[in-house]
Design a protein. Structure first.
Length: 133
C-alpha cells in the first residue's frame, strides 16, 4: 500500500482508479484500511479543484421534489396557496424564513442551501421596483 498526497490531476485519476479497484473489499482487510485513507484525500482534492457549488434554492427545491416524486400541490403546506407555490417556483416572489424552515423539514434540504441568495424573474423585479417607487 503506497499512499501519497494528491497534487496533480494524474495523482487524482490514479487515486480514483485505486479506490474503484478496492471499493468492494471485505471489512477488516488492508484494502479497506487503504480505502479509508484514500477517500479523504480524494475528497479534499475535489473540494479544492473540482468544487461544485450547490444549486440555488429554487433549483434545489425542484430537484428534491422530483427525486421524492412530489408535485407542486405537495409544497402547499410549506409555501401556501397554489398561486404562491407558482410565484415561488417561477421566481416571482422570494422565499420567506417560515417557508425555508418548512421546506427544509419536508424535503430534507439543508437550511444553508435554501437561504442562499438567488435571482428573481427580471420582469417581476422591475415591476416591484416601479411599484415601490
Amino acid at each position: 500500500m503506497e499512499i501519497k498526497p494528491i497534487r496533480t490531476e494524474e495523482d487524482y485519476r490514479q487515486a480514483l482508479k485505486r479506490a474503484a479497484e478496492i471499493w468492494d473489499s471485505q471489512p477488516g482487510t488492508s484494502e479497506i484500511d487503504e480505502l479509508e485513507v484514500i477517500l479523504p484525500l480524494i475528497e479534499s482534492y475535489e473540494e479544492i479543484h473540482h468544487h461544485i457549488a450547490p444549486p440555488d434554492p429554487i433549483e434545489a427545491i425542484k430537484i428534491r421534489t422530483d427525486e421524492m416524486g412530489l408535485d407542486r400541490k405537495d409544497l402547499e403546506p410549506c409555501i401556501g396557496s397554489r398561486g404562491r407555490v407558482s410565484d415561488i417556483l417561477n421566481r416571482r416572489r422570494p422565499l420567506t424564513l417560515q417557508m425555508i424552515r418548512k421546506l427544509s423539514e419536508k424535503l430534507g434540504l439543508p437550511g444553508d442551501v435554501l437561504i442562499s441568495s438567488y435571482s428573481l424573474s427580471p420582469s417581476d423585479e422591475k415591476e416591484r421596483k416601479e411599484a415601490a417607487g
